[in-house]
Design a binder for this molecule. Structure first.
Ligand code: PRX
Length: 572
């Protein structure tokens, strides 16, 4: 690895002197930026929209939306009205009340943002679902959360197993020619005539705001609950890390089905009052560069897989567009390769700033800042107000340059509040009731920079999306030909990791490429495209412990041609 460092960039950044701020910052100071500091009334949707609509930012553009068929813009004042209208529809036609779980399963569109914020204004807990989810993934999440209301589209509603969702009372369909029957309600019909006045439901700081389901190495996806008070950190990091300033045009490429798409696609930027870009449609290098050029994007937050795809598309594509508006670029979700930083520096003329955090942490924790030197390959340093350390398995803090568990001192503002229906699981994240243990291994160097080394568990990060091998294995064995299956992440130059499945067939089935493809499609259609194994290898028998647990580490070692380590627990 090339260890050259990128020096700090000169400029008028929000976080001017990291070291000094780290010494003195206290989260209480951040609270003073919110209206509840004076009024005692709290609601995240009020803070992100209404507060600006009632200020000199009233006519500032909050949202630009662009897709194949739509090109729209909304000021903060427009957003206030639209979210009020959506809130009224949800209240009147869906009886949404404080604490209800309202799920949103639709492609990115202005209505998604109106509905999501409208529901928050009613005090509901929102659950955004990624549009690529298929039936099993949708069912698990709606069942576990006992969602009362779902907002979706006619195209996606077929993936909702309505008969198996007892708690689900109302399904709003956003689209044309909606038949109102059973639980279905035509969202747009009522939206058009709804009042644009709505009383915001004031909540407590620790009342639920949002549920993001995420995967671990075992069990079904778990619902990570974040509360309204998390916005203190969304705000502060949008300032320090995204460095958002008054005239920035900000683009976060993540879908709101993932935590980056809400914490930094909704809350962070709009708490600051920035102009936010949302684009519909699929990834293509041309479309992405065109977005930057068209809107004059100044701050851009994306993921290593996307940067690697742009990099492999070549500089000729970059040269077709004017990207001179860019001033600050950030990345999250997987290790950011030093080559990518060097490439970005060459083609964009800017450093790409890596940021580390997780669904559970709710907001950025370890980051690179414009005013700080970047060591390519390092995730950076903890934000002021946060203490990070490398600890051993019993919670002892390890000295610099020693690899161990990346851990965060409990109690930062955006820390998850619980795991839905599973307080035990929540508690299992903590060591000595003091350290939140991330599941990542890392080390800290002598200058206090953190270096990611890998996952401690079997969780797979593919193209920035977190996939639990257990879920994929469970789906695989539902396929009639599959007797047993073991799933691992296999290193991949573009996607970071791809999903590889080792499959043992039942007697009477013949190995073939066609069968592999059928198995792949089965997972894709049941779970989600990103969860389907890109590679399948048939094997006679899977390595298992005597108690029958699949030994994924052995599969991984085979795959990588590495020593398999201690096999004493393996069955014969
Ligand atoms: O393994 C780490 C990886 O992504 C995991 C969290 O995934 P998720 O909850 O889906 O959230 C992703 C976006 C917030 C982490 O445990 N990860 C995240 N950021 C980085 C990273 N790995 C290396 N470098 C990063 N900057």
């Amino acid at each position: 690895m090339n260890m050259e460092a990128f020096p700090p960039v000169k400029g008028n950044y929000n976080l001017k002197n990291y070291e000094e701020m780290y010494q003195h910052f206290n989260w209480k100071e951040a609270e003073e930026n919110f209206s509840w500091h004076q009024t005692g009334k709290i609601n995240a949707a009020y803070e992100v929209i209404d507060r600006h609509a009632e200020s000199s930012r009233k006519h500032k553009v909050a949202l630009y939306y662009l897709s194949q068929t739509r090109n729209e813009k909304y000021t903060f004042n427009d957003m206030k009205k639209q979210t009020n209208k959506a809130g009224n529809v949800l209240k009147e036609k869906g009886a949404v009340q404080k604490g209800d779980r309202v799920f949103i399963f639709m492609p990115r569109s202005p209505e998604l943002y109106f509905a999501l914020l409208g529901a928050i204004k009613l005090g509901a807990i929102i659950g955004p679902l990624f549009e690529a989810f298929m039936e099993d993934a949708v069912k698990d999440r709606l069942q576990d959360s006992a969602a009362k209301v779902l907002i979706t589209t006619p195209e996606l509603v077929d993936r909702v197993p309505i008969d198996e969702l007892e708690a689900l009372e109302t399904i709003f369909l956003v689209g044309e020619d909606i038949k109102e029957e059973g639980k279905f309600v035509d969202f747009l019909k009522y939206f058009q005539t709804a009042s644009n006045e709505l009383e915001v439901e004031w909540v407590e700081r620790n009342d639920g705001l949002i549920l993001h389901y995420t995967s671990g190495s075992t069990g079904k996806p778990k619902g990570v609950l974040h509360v309204h008070h998390a916005m203190v950190q969304h705000y502060q990091t949008a300032k320090w890390v995204l460095d958002l300033q008054e005239d920035d045009i900000y683009w976060c490429t993540a879908d709101p089905g993932w935590v980056t798409g809400t914490s930094y696609g909704i809350f962070g930027p709009w708490l600051i009052g920035a102009t936010n870009i949302v684009v519909g449609g699929r990834f293509s290098p041309d479309a992405w560069y065109k977005t930057i050029e068209t809107f004059g994007v100044t701050v851009w937050y994306s993921a290593p897989t996307s940067f690697r795809m742009l990099m492999s598309a070549g500089e000729e594509v970059v040269d077709k567009y004017s990207l001179s508006s860019l001033r600050h670029i950030l990345s999250v979700g997987e290790p950011l390769n030093p080559e990518v930083i060097r490439w970005g520096y060459e083609v964009f003329g800017h450093r790409i700033h890596d940021t580390w955090w997780m669904t559970e942490t709710g907001a950025q924790l370890i980051c690179n800042y414009p005013s700080m030197e970047i060591k390519p390959g390092s995730m950076g340093k903890p934000i002021p107000g946060v203490e990070a350390a490398i600890v051993d398995d019993t919670g002892n803090v390890l000295p610099p340059n020693q690899m161990g568990n990346l851990a965060i001192k409990k109690g930062w503002p955006s820390m998850m509040n619980t795991i839905w229906n599973n307080q035990k699981k929540y508690e299992s994240y903590f060591l000595l009731n003091e350290w939140y243990v991330s599941g990542d291994s890392a080390y800290m160097d002598e200058d206090g920079y953190f270096w990611f080394q890998g996952r401690v568990d079997d969780v797979i990060m593919t193209a920035g999306e977190r996939v639990g091998p257990f879920e994929v294995e469970n789906k695989l064995i539902e396929f009639p030909a599959v007797a047993e299956a073991g799933v691992i992440g296999k290193p991949d130059a573009i996607r970071g990791e791809i999903i590889k499945a080792f499959v043992a067939l039942r007697d009477g089935y013949q190995e073939s490429d066609q069968l592999k493809e059928e198995i792949r499609q089965f997972v894709k259609n049941g779970l989600a495209a990103h969860a389907a194994p890109r590679e399948i290898e048939f094997i006679a028998k899977l390595p298992k412990t005597r108690s029958g647990k699949i030994m994924r580490r052995v599969l991984k070692a085979w795959e990588l041609g590495l020593p398999t380590g201690d096999l004493s627990t393996m069955e014969d």
